[in-house]
Design a binder for this molecule. Sequence first.
Ligand code: SF4
Length: 466
Amino acid sequence: MGQTLTEKILAKHAGKPSVRAGDNIWVSVDILMTHDVCGPGTIGVFKENFGPAARVWDPERVIIIPDHYIFTADKMAHRNIDILRAFVREQGIKYYYDPDFIQGEGMPSPYKDPTQTSYKGVCHKTLPEEGHVRPGEILLGTDSHTCTAGAFGQFATGIGNTDAGFVLGTGKLWLKVPPTMKFVFHGQIPPYLTAKDLILAVIGRISVSGATYKAMHFTGEGIASLTLEDRMTLTNMAIEAGGKNGVCDVDEKTLRYVKARSNRARWEVFTDDADAKFDAVHAWDLAHLEPLVAKPHSPDNIETARNCQGTRIDRAYLGSCTGGKITDMIFAAAVLNGRQVSVPTFVVPGSTEVHADMLRLNIRGETRANGEKSVMDVLKDAGCTIGPSGCAACLGGPADTFGRLNQPMACISTTNRNFPGRMGHRDAGVYLASPLTVAASAVTGRVTDPRDYISAPIPTGTAGVV
Ligand code: SF4
């Protein structure tokens, strides 16, 4: 019997000719990523179990990306950065993206120029930008949305601090091979949909536990028609259905990006065998899919945007690893160009590179000409408030976090979770939606179907291509 794409990656890293769903195997890890929230705990586990003088298994394969609690005066958040800095110095970690503007106490002043800081922003956006994702590899991270990197045809999953401490010391992990569910999208992506609608359709159908410990493989010509960045939105939210990992097929878009960015020259592309066995197969025709919203307080509480029309919102939020990519910003700008938001609308670039691209590109995703408006100009002119890159209010954070929901209110957001308290106040209600739906709703102050504003394809040009 044949193997799935995920089984083949795991078999290779276990040094076996084949594995089956349910097998328990030792795998060699290509990359371990941690950040400011889980890094200190992971380091603590590592030191406690391997000894105070222990060395990490490979300082070039441990990637540390502070991103969660950055623009805050919170002393504990700053202490975490200090712990990471000391560990990086001690271990000679090669890839560490320091928030160099955090010096001393109080609220740090954000970087002045997004191209002139070692800080990057959200880890899942930074990993591919900085060349740390490749097809066929295993990437583990101390963050549940590490599955995002599966968009590049690799096995990527989140692990806890204890497992990560073990990986730090050994470069290996004991894993159970997940069975694979296939999600097939037929047709081309219509102009009024983004990958956010597709993943909400999946979660709405199978529920937040429908893919528990399973590989979620997104495929079909509909996925091929998505930008690479939009595929990252799909795999990012695999964990919202309980998935062990999310993965997409590798194509020319993937190879072009990885060839341009990867800091290692060799990788291997895997595909399903023709006789591979799947746990389940679900299919959609994109011509019949409508813009969707996940209502409070669960990502599987799905309704069409049209059926939510009229639901009042107090705030809109564009950002996070799910919806803070440059193509997400272009989608929002396509709706907001020449219009005004009617509710406070907070925009957080997913990375400093996204921030720089918002200044560099026009709303067609091309380098803007002299005098032409940038994506940033369009969003600012529409009345949006733009913050520095990072996780910001996606997970609430300290009370002084940009865009945090500090009162009970209704917010429509491009983020990935809407459990009570996720974005701040536990009585706030969060509606998860695509950047198109969020932008359309920001204009009207009510949940709004983006088909009221978008009918023609939105060009994204060079944005996020390499
Ligand atoms: S942006 Fe949100 S979901 Fe993504 S890593 Fe940060 S807190 Fe997690």
